[in-house]
Design a binder for this molecule. Structure first.
Ligand code: FRU
Length: 534
């Protein structure tokens, strides 16, 4: 697909002033056309992950499915490659793999910048926004007033709504915004995620408020009633709670339903900086209570993490996935506030994770979320690849494949493996390398990016990042997606997930399997070259 991008829509004419009036997403005479292929051939540009054509992106927003299209909105600064006045950028996909860029959906206005939030399809027209019989797409987001922030007040964030009657192409803000003003003067009061609570025939909102979340309900998306607070004394609290998500989920292979709260926090993760913890429990229409089995892992200060890598933040799930599909689909921002604004890319900054399916598993030890990549990604596989059966690694094996865009699947023979550790080493001719370790002593995964290439842009970047399996004892199978500047590692069908970015000066061109302290036996190791989506 060779789409021509009209860059002018990303230039946001007129948004220099912080309290500018809304600018319609029109194409102006400052048009510059650039071939998408060229733009996406820049250094470090990921080839099968979403990233904006140019400029700064952070959180995914308003992810919603409607009429054959998956919408991805995102925090976007159209004038710079660092964070600034936030807009909602917009892209759509029919398969969650290939993306088409659309004009900016929401611009800052008199109430402020457009911070993170969600979108829903108002099937019953509870909001009354529909005029043409089509259900409105309604965005619920935070207005962040930079003037209020500068003046030292604490009520500069409030919640607002906007709607679209043409499949998200054009948007109108509700004239009575904000729908939840900040009457309690809560300094960090943001990132509303709304779902339809079908059991109670109402909308439900979860909102981040500093060190906890607040729940609200509504009949029409305009008037909201406060329900309860959650989390002040549970989970990790080393930073701000941001970008929550809240939804019911059936336990895999069971009729049991639980409620899941995803909770991003920055900083405060075990490996440093931003990350996403989660909670599993019951919701009675008013209050969320963590399951007793799960609560024992959650003494204050301790979290259970959705992804133990350093670069999966602010992720939430898609709304309105059709029932016949039934998946809970997730995507996160593949960066970390510790260094996001200084990573060594120029025209663009940061990509999203691959879309993932969240699966709730449970047994007598407790409930956990698994994250799995989705079957749609199989479209990306080429015929170019390598399959090695029954390999014994006693020291080092060179795998004859260019590792720049790969899907790796390996299955360990846990009985015959005697090594203390086995690792995959990606390297280039400059001696830069990224190592993905499987440590068999404590059954942990460790990514070493200390010598991965460009690392000096932030002293918080070079790190050894480790993750534990949690409720399973042995590392058995590992899937890895390697793009130009990211690795996503899924262990034991996604029970442990590690997402991390890296920036080699030149692409890695060698892949080795290594073992130490004895042999590592793999039933199978396969590596498949993947296609670019751009
Ligand atoms: C998370 C976040 C959100 C906020 C947005 C602003 O990365 O800080 O809490 O809405 O980014 O861009």
């Amino acid at each position: 697909m060779r789409l021509i991008i009209v860059l002018s829509v990303f230039l946001c004419i007129g948004c220099k002033s912080e309290n500018k009036k809304e600018v319609p997403p029109e194409i102006t005479d400052q048009e510059t056309t650039v071939e998408e292929k060229e733009l996406y051939a820049e250094d470090h540009r990921n080839q099968f992950h979403f990233s904006p054509p140019v400029n700064w992106m952070n959180d995914p927003n308003g992810m919603v499915y409607f009429d054959g299209e998956y919408h991805l909105f995102y925090q976007y600064h159209p004038e710079s490659n660092v964070w600034g006045p936030m807009h909602w950028g917009h892209a759509i996909s029919t398969d969650l793999v290939h993306w088409e860029h659309l004009p900016i959906a929401l611009y800052p206005d008199d109430l402020g910048y457009i911070f993170s939030g969600s979108a829903v399809i108002d099937w019953k027209n509870t909001s009354g926004f529909s005029k043409n019989g089509n259900p409105p797409m309604v965005a619920i987001f935070t207005h962040h007033d930079p003037k209020g922030e500068k003046s030292g007040s604490n009520n500069f964030q409030s919640q607002s709504i906007a709607y679209s009657l043409d499949k998200g192409r054009t948007w109108k803000k509700y004239e009575a915004n904000p729908v939840i003003p900040n009457s309690q003067n809560i300094k960090d009061f943001r990132d509303p995620k709304v779902i339809w609570d079908k059991d109670r025939n109402q909308w439900l909102m979860v909102l981040a408020a500093g060190d906890h979340v607040k729940f609200y309900s509504s009949k029409n998306l305009k008037k909201w009633t406060y329900l309860s607070d959650f989390g002040r004394d549970l989970g990790a609290h080393g930073g701000l709670w941001e970008c929550p998500d809240f939804f019911p989920m059936k336990v895999e292979n069971s009729a049991v339903e639980k409620w899941v709260l995803l909770q991003s926090i920055n900083p405060g993760t075990p490996n440093g900086g931003s990350g996403t913890q989660y909670f599993i429990g019951e919701f009675d229409g008013k209050e969320f209570t963590v399951d007793p089995d799960f609560a024992k892992y959650l003494r204050r200060g301790k979290g259970v993490w959705l992804d133990q890598g350093r670069d999966n933040y602010a992720g939430v799930t898609w709304s309105d996935i059709p029932e016949e599909d039934g998946r809970r689909l997730f995507m996160g921002w593949m960066s970390n506030w510790d260094y996001a604004q200084v990573v060594p890319t120029e025209k663009w900054r940061s990509a999203m994770t691959l879309p993932r399916q969240l699966i709730l598993v449970g047994d007598n030890i407790g409930y956990r979320l698994r994250s799995r990549t989705i079957k749609e990604l199989e479209e990306l596989r080429t015929d170019d690849g390598i399959v090695l059966d029954n390999i014994i690694i006693s020291d080092s094996i060179n795998v004859d494949i260019d590792p720049s865009m790969l899907e790796i699947n390996l299955n360990l023979d846990t009985e015959n493996t005697k090594a203390t550790a086995c690792w995959i080493e990606l390297s280039n001719d400059l001696g830069e390398k990224l190592d993905i370790y499987m440590n068999f002593g404590d059954q942990s995964i460790m990514i070493d990016r200390t010598k991965s290439g460009k690392t000096a842009f932030s002293d918080k970047f070079p790190s050894r990042i480790s993750g534990l399996l949690g409720i399973e004892k042995l590392i058995r199978e590992v899937t890895i997606y390697l793009d130009h500047s990211s690795s996503e590692v899924f262990v034991n069908r996604g029970l442990c997930t590690m997402t991390n970015v890296h920036f080699p000066t030149r692409p890695y061109n060698t892949l080795k399997l290594k073992s130490i302290g004895g042999i590592t036996v793999m039933n199978v190791f396969s590596a498949t070259k993947l296609k670019s989506i751009w």
